[in-house]
Structure formats: C-alpha cells, structure tokens
Write a protein that binds this ligand. Structure first.
Ligand SMILES: *Cc1c(COP(=O)(O)O)cnc(C)c1O
Length: 491
C-alpha cells in the first residue's frame, strides 16, 4: 500500500501552541552593554510574571507563516464577488482606507479636548449633513454603532415623541418579510410585536394594514426595498395612512444601496430610519465590526436625538449636552470613528452623480443575475429586482437538493455563498446581492457556477448534497459548531 504523504501547506494548520518546542525564540537581542537590572527590584514582585503557562515557544518564521497561512483561509471581498443578500458586501475603495489612516484621524482620542478635535467634529457634522441630504430627513445622529443599534435608537425616539404627545401606545407592526432585528428591536423597546402579512406580490398589504391599524399602534417598521429586493411602491400611502391614525413610519434603511441618489425616504413620508454605513457606504464588514448605524429623523423628532449633539457657532464646533428632551446617550464614545471617515470619503469621492450611478449599477447587476438564473431556479416573486434578487430551490427539491446544498457546492466553485433561507417568506430562498462593484466578467462567472450547479442537481444530485468537496472539512454540524466551538486541531 502506498502511504500518502501529507500535503505541506494546507488547511490543517495546527494551533501555534501545538507548534511550540521548548527554548525556541522569535527574537535575538545583542548582549547587554549596560548593567542588568533585576526586574523584581525595579518593578516590584507583584508586577513581574515568571512564566506564562503554556506560552508558545516558536521562531519568527513560524509565527509569520502561521498567521499568513491562516489569512489564506478567508474568503474576502478583495478575492472575488461576495454575493450575500441583504449584506451589501461591496468592494471598499482604497482611498477610503488611506483617508481613515491619516495620523490625526486614526490617532484621535475620545478625551481629546474639543478645541483639539475640531477637524474630527467637522467630519462628523459634514457627514450628518450629507446623510440628511441623501435621506431627505431633517436631522441625523451618528451615535448608534450598528444597524440593529440604530433600529433600537429609532424606536426609542418614536416612543419619546409619542410620550411627549401623552400617548406612547403599545404595538409595533412588522411585515412578515422583515429582517429578524426588526421584531427584536420593537420588543426590546418595550412594544408588543404584531406581524403584518404581505400580499401576493410580497409587499405591504394596505387593506390588511388598515385592518390592523388601531390607536394602540405606535409604528410600522418597514424595510424598503424589502427583503425580497422589491420596492414598496405604496410607501407614501402607507405613511399617510399611519399618520392619519397618529402612528409613525420607521424605515429600515439597510437596503439604501438601491435608493441613494434616486429616492429619498423623507420625501416618501418616512419619520425615522437608520443607515448601515458599513453596507451602503462601503466599510468592509462581516468580521464582527466595527459598523455604524446612523439614524435620520424628521425635524419634529430632532429634540429627542441622543446627546451630545454637535453644535456650531462662530465657526467652532462643540458638544451640546443641554437638550432636556433627549433620550440620552446610546453610546459612550465614537470608537468606530474610522467608519465615519470612510463613509464621508466615499460620499465625497463619488459626488452626487457618482452615488446615483453606483445605485443604478447595483440595480442593473441584480437584474442581470436574476435574468440569467431564472431559467434554472424558481423565481417566487416576479417583480423587477432592486439591488438584490431572491430565487428558490423549488425546482431542485424534487432531486433532494436544497438551497443550503447549492450554497455549499458554490464554495467548490470558488465563490462565497449567497444568503441561504432568508427571507423567511420564501421557502428555500437563494438571496443574491451582487452590488455595483462587480463587473460583467465576475457576474458571468458566478452565473455560470450557479447554472452548472443546477445541472448537477439534476444529473448528479448526490454530488451537490455532499458538497463541499474541495475544502478542509465538509459538512459540519453548524448548530453545535456555533454553540460549542472546538478549535483544537486533531492530527
Ligand atoms: C444588516 C441588516 C440589519 C442589521 O444591521 P447590523 O448592522 O448587522 O446590526 C437590519 N436590517 C436589515 C434589512 C439588514 O440587512
């Protein structure tokens, strides 16, 4: 029997701890040319550690190779299209990184006195102003740290406004196509969540809304374009209907990549919305942060915005804490300042025309993908796509192949999977958001892969069901892997 020689560089990289051998060092220092100082005498015994239990002893080259090898296991937007629907995984232009790394910005300290932070505050004030212009809203806060945090801030603002009217109300209505963070937000803000069934086109059903809209409803939370990638054409009438009953319209703006420069939510009657700067305005994300979820509001809600607000008088910026109606702080510091810098750089580099073109390209790309896949995959809702398209595995299910299998097989073709099984109103969903930063060649490669997988599902379904085949491991128990991660390498 021929013994298989183990592949050299592969995905079975051990932990650094497991490479350790006693006495190895990653540095060499020249001999001391001054008298040695006893660290215990110099620092005190309580500040000196004799040994770190199990500390890996490895050479410099081992450290470098270890981390470089690990870095090659990641799929990243700098490698290829990242078609996760609802996530807007767009390429982040390098100029944004350059600007965010300018020393005075990258090294800014949260306790820097106001007079030494004027430039940083001007960046924030300018960004607030531009986001207000893009959304058509009266005022913006940059405090929330992510989309979900923005939602919570937004619903607390609605509660504050309604309380000031003497009628905080009890319920928030949420369409059944919504992102999971919407109902979670409403519940955490102390509201009862009531689901609103979508109509046959996957959109807000005005008649149904009218039936559920009583004077206990504080707000409707709607994503537009919705999670099917379809524009809610009745958004303005929805807003009027809500307003006529004293309720507010919250828009989840995570999908603004389909609207920037084309439609302003403020012009459609939206009262409060959040933006995901790390989606629409380019900061790369997916590794757990940092993000940024600014909230834009109509002028009537401005007095309730979190403190401090950035104020300007005689050309000088200051933080204004004297705002008695404010809901308070939603965060202590702007630790994500770099995300704000990138967003402003992105907006200024594009300009109005450029932002509008990016939107048009994002929509064009999604429609291109949908058109080329609808022959192979079921298309549950026929409306033209905005920035993303949602297909389903309905044709593959008869061969025992589901959306999760197709996504795993896509990994063998060298692509990051699309979003699997979301939105929930589409059974077996394949949700694809190419974004504007992919060119035709990249989109064609993705389309070819998905068409080829559709053929395989028909002719060799087991191949798809057991994918991926070219990766370190194949199917793992994802629930257990998430709840009880075991990261130890077993040779
Ligand atoms: C991404 C997303 C959110 C949540 O944003 P986070 O920044 O991940 O908290 C909310 N709603 C929709 C529709 C989204 O796509």
């Amino acid at each position: 029997m021929i013994k298989k020689v183990r592949t050299h560089v592969n995905q079975n990289e051990p932990l650094l701890f497991e490479r350790s051998s006693p006495g190895k060092r990653a540095y060499q220092l020249p001999p001391l040319d001054v008298p040695a100082v006893d660290p215990v005498k110099a620092l005190g015994a309580e500040n000196v550690r004799a040994d770190i239990d199990g500390f890996p002893e490895v050479s410099e080259v081992e450290v470098i190779r270890h981390f470089t090898r690990l870095s090659t296991w990641n799929y990243a937007i700098d490698l290829g299209v990242y078609p996760l629907g609802s996530c807007t995984m767009k390429y982040n232009p390098r100029v944004n990184e350059y600007v965010a790394r300018i020393e005075g910005l990258a090294q800014a300290h949260p306790y820097q006195p106001e007079q030494l932070a004027q430039g940083a505050m001007r960046i924030q004030a300018t960004l607030e102003q531009m986001l207000a212009e893009i959304t058509g809203m009266g005022a913006v806060t940059l405090q929330p740290a992510a989309g979900a945090h923005g939602e919570l801030t937004g619903i607390l603002l609605i509660r504050a406004l309604l309380e000031s009217r003497g009628d905080p109300r009890q319920k928030v209505l949420i369409p059944d196509s919504a992102h999971g963070t919407n109902p979670a937000t409403a519940a955490i803000a102390g509201y009862r969540v009531e689901s609103l069934a979508s109509n046959a086109a996957g959109m807000i059903d005005l008649a149904q809304l009218e039936r559920q809209l009583d004077d206990s409803v504080a707000a409707l939370m709607v994503t537009n374009p919705n999670t099917l990638g379809v524009f809610e054409t009745e958004i303005a009438r929805t807003a009027s209907l809500l307003h006529s009953k004293g309720a507010m319209l919250y828009m989840d703006g995570a999908n603004m990549n389909a609207l920037v420069g084309m439609v302003r939510p403020g012009d459609c009657g939206v009262d409060v919305m959040h933006l995901n700067l790390h989606k629409t305005f380019s900061t790369p994300h997916g590794g757990g942060g940092p993000g940024s979820g600014p909230v834009a509001v109509i002028s009537e809600i401005e007095p309730f915005l979190p403190i401090p607000r950035i104020a300007r008088s005689n050309g000088t910026y200051s933080y204004d804490y004297d705002r008695p109606q404010s809901i308070g702080r939603v965060r202590a510091f702007y630790g994500n300042f770099g995300v704000l810098v990138r967003a402003l750089a992105y907006i200024l580099a594009h300009g109005g025309e450029g932002l509008r073109n990016a939107t048009l390209d994002a929509v064009l790309n999604a429609n291109y993908v949908r058109k080329h896949l609808e022959g192979c995959y079921d298309l549950p809702y026929q409306a033209p796509s905005m920035h993303e398209c949602v297909l389903s595995d309905a044709r593959q299910v008869s061969r025992g192949v589901r959306t999760g299998d197709i996504a795993k097989r896509l990994i063998d073709y060298g692509f990051h999977p699309y979003t699997v099984s979301f939105p929930l109103i589409v059974h077996g969903a394949l949700m694809i958001e190419p974004t504007e930063t992919e060119d035709k060649r990249e989109l064609d490669a993705l389309i070819d892969a998905l068409r080829s997988i559709a053929d395989e599902a028909q002719n060799d379904p087991e191949l798809v069901r057991s994918a991926p085949h070219d990766t370190r491991t194949t199917r793992v128990d994802e629930v257990t892997a998430a709840r009880k991660p075991v990261v130890r390498w077993k040779p």
